[in-house]
Design a protein around this ligand. Structure first.
Ligand SMILES: O=C(O)CCC(=O)C(=O)O
Ligand SMILES: [Fe+2]
Length: 266
C-alpha cells in the first residue's frame, strides 16, 4: 500500500463527526452530482484498518480467483458474495448505514437491495463500457426496464478501491444518453466528449448509476509487473430500488451471465 495511505487518519463513521444537519447537506450535494454526472464519491466511509483487513482477506484467498486478462497478476472473481471467505466484504458495503441512507434518499425513500452482481478484481484492466447487460445479454433489458430519460436512476454500482486510485474515468451525463448495448464501442467517448477522472482515497466509496459509461486502467498499466507486489484491488457490487423493473431485469440477466462466466472459468 502507498505510504500516503499509511499516513491517513480516519475518524469516520461520518455520523460521529458531522452534525445531523450537515449529513443532509453532504448527501444533498452527492445526490445532485449522482443525478447530473451519473457518479459521486462518498468520502471516508471506511477506516484504514478496515481497508487493510479487506486487502489481507482477498490476498489470502487468491486461489478463488481466475486470470481473465493477459497480465499474469490480473485476477477476477465474479459473484464473490457467494463465498464464505469473502462474504463479509460484501456486507461491509451492502449493510453500511451511511451508504444505505444515501441510496435510500436517492430512490426517494424506497427500499433497496443487492442484486447478485458482485466482483473483486486485482490488477485488472477495464476498457470503456456500461455496467448494464451488454452484447448477448442486452435482451434481458427491454424498453420497460431501461429508461434513459429517468434522471434519478434506480440501480447503482458501489465501488470500493482498496488503495488511493484515479483509474476510473467516466463520461459525465452518459447515464442519460440512449446508447446501443450491442457492443462496448458505443460507450467509448469520441474526441469531442469530455471525460471525468474520478480520484478516490482509500476508504471512499464511489457510487455510479449503472447506465454511466466508464473505464478503468489499460492493460499496459499492469503488464510491466509494476503492481505485482502491491496489487491494486477493487471490490464492487450493485444495489437497486426493489420496485424498479431495471433492478429485476439486471438480476435475472446477470444470473445467466454469471453462470456463463463460471462455465468459462472452471
Ligand atoms: O477498474 C476500474 O476502475 C473500473 C471498474 C469497473 O468498470 C467496474 O467495477 O464496473
Ligand atoms: Fe464497470
Amino acid at each position: 500500500m502507498t505510504s500516503n495511505m499509511d499516513k491517513r487518519k480516519f475518524s469516520i463513521g461520518v455520523n460521529e463527526i458531522i452534525e445531523p444537519g450537515a449529513i443532509q447537506d453532504f448527501q444533498q450535494e452527492n445526490m445532485q452530482q449522482l443525478r447530473q454526472d451519473g457518479i459521486t464519491v462518498l468520502k471516508g466511509i471506511f477506516d484504514y484498518e478496515t481497508v487493510k483487513n479487506a486487502r489481507d482477506i482477498i490476498l489470502n484467498n487468491r486461489s478463488l480467483f481466475k486470470n481473465t486478462r493477459p497480465t499474469p497478476s490480473a485476477l477476477h472473481l465474479a459473484g464473490f458474495h457467494r463465498f464464505p471467505e469473502l462474504e463479509s466484504l460484501h456486507t461491509l458495503l451492502t449493510c453500511n448505514s451511511i451508504i444505505l441512507k444515501f441510496l435510500k434518499n436517492v430512490v426517494n425513500g424506497r427500499r433497496i437491495r443487492s442484486i447478485g452482481l458482485s466482483d473483486i478484481t486485482i490488477n485488472r484492466s477495464q476498457p470503456w463500457h456500461k455496467d448494464l447487460l451488454r452484447g448477448h445479454y442486452r435482451t434481458y433489458l427491454d424498453s420497460e426496464s431501461l429508461d434513459w430519460h429517468q434522471s434519478s436512476g434506480s440501480v447503482f454500482k458501489l465501488l470500493f478501491y482498496l488503495q488511493d486510485s484515479a483509474s476510473l474515468k467516466v463520461v459525465p451525463g452518459s447515464h442519460l444518453f440512449s446508447t446501443p448495448l450491442d457492443d462496448d464501442t458505443y460507450s467509448e467517448p469520441d474526441e469531442n466528449t469530455s471525460v471525468l477522472s474520478i480520484g478516490v482515497e482509500c476508504g471512499d466509496i464511489a457510487i455510479m448509476d449503472i447506465r454511466c459509461s466508464h473505464c478503468g486502467s489499460p492493460e499496459s498499466t499492469y503488464a510491466t509487473g509494476q503492481w505485482d507486489n502491491n496489487p491494486r484491488i477493487l471490490i464492487s457490487t450493485a444495489m437497486g430500488d426493489v420496485s424498479s423493473r431495471l433492478t429485476q431485469a439486471m438480476e435475472v440477466g446477470n444470473f445467466h451471465r454469471l453462470m456463463d462466466w463460471m462455465a468459462r472459468n472452471p
